[in-house]
Design a binder for this molecule. Structure first.
Ligand SMILES: Cc1ncc(COP(=O)(O)OP(=O)(O)O)c(N)n1
Ligand SMILES: Cc1ncsc1CCOP(=O)(O)O
Ligand SMILES: [Mg+2]
Length: 201
């Protein structure tokens, strides 16, 4: 499948309301440590905003709530996948993205026949502690070769200056969290990402 080259990841519906109207076409709602009611409300709100703006919403981790709320795309890590009911996800017609960090995880991901495979961290990330060293650009090219025709998402430490490198190496989409959400001007940075990814659209 064709993914937008700019893949924004945020942790609340409020961020989605703030940034999606600027022209973001692919966004992940990545919520951690919230109660079930809040989670459901956030997913519902995010789904509504994305529908209005023609933006593809991807729900991280919470595939059951995503199905119940009428969402159509989920992202799962390897542990999430091991605990998930893949048949239920596919039966519900959801598209699926999977994380990978090494060759074994890549085998597992390909076997699940996802709609995209994410590789990370490409560069050091401040978002969360990771046990994997930065993968680098050559690993993107290797992954692209192995996953095609499945779409490849690059993630981890990305910023506008690093985008040409990841796309030239073979990524179809570049995912970002802190370069935008911790930026002094998230709106301006989002516009910069949209501009910088235009040639790859
Ligand atoms: C696009 C994308 N890639 C990787 C991840 C990480 O997923 P996971 O390994 O399950 O870790 P958490 O994000 O759930 O902490 C992602 N969310 N999105
Ligand atoms: C969730 C995740 N998986 C691999 S790197 C990463 C974090 C990406 O965040 P940032 O864009 O802030 O480095
Ligand atoms: Mg997860």
């Amino acid at each position: 499948m064709k993914l937008d080259p700019f893949y924004l990841i945020v942790d609340s519906a409020a961020w989605i309301e703030r940034l999606v109207p600027l022209g973001v076409k692919l966004v992940q709602l990545r919520i951690k440590d919230r109660d079930e009611a809040t989670l459901r409300t956030e997913i519902r709100r995010a789904n509504g905003v994305c529908a209005v703006h023609g933006c593809q919403l991807i729900v991280n981790d919470y595939w059951r709530t995503a199905i119940e709320e009428g969402c159509d795309f989920v992202h799962l890590g390897q542990e999430d996948l091991a605990a998930a009911d893949l048949l239920a996800i596919k039966y519900a017609g959801l598209k699926l993205g999977l994380s990978t960090h090494d060759h074994l995880e890549l085998e597992t991901a390909i076997a699940a026949e996802p709609d995209y495979i994410a590789l990370g961290p490409i560069y050091p990330t401040v978002l969360k502690q990771m046990k994997w060293a930065p993968q680098g650009l050559e690993r993107i090219s290797e992954w692209k070769h192995r996953v095609a025709p499945i779409a490849l998402v690059a993630i981890g430490g990305l910023n506008p200056d690093r985008l040409d490198g990841v796309f030239e190496a073979g990524a179809d989409s570049a995912a970002v969290v802190t370069d935008i959400t911790l930026n002094a001007d998230p709106e301006a940075r989002t516009r910069e990402w949209i501009e910088k990814t235009k040639p790859w659209r």
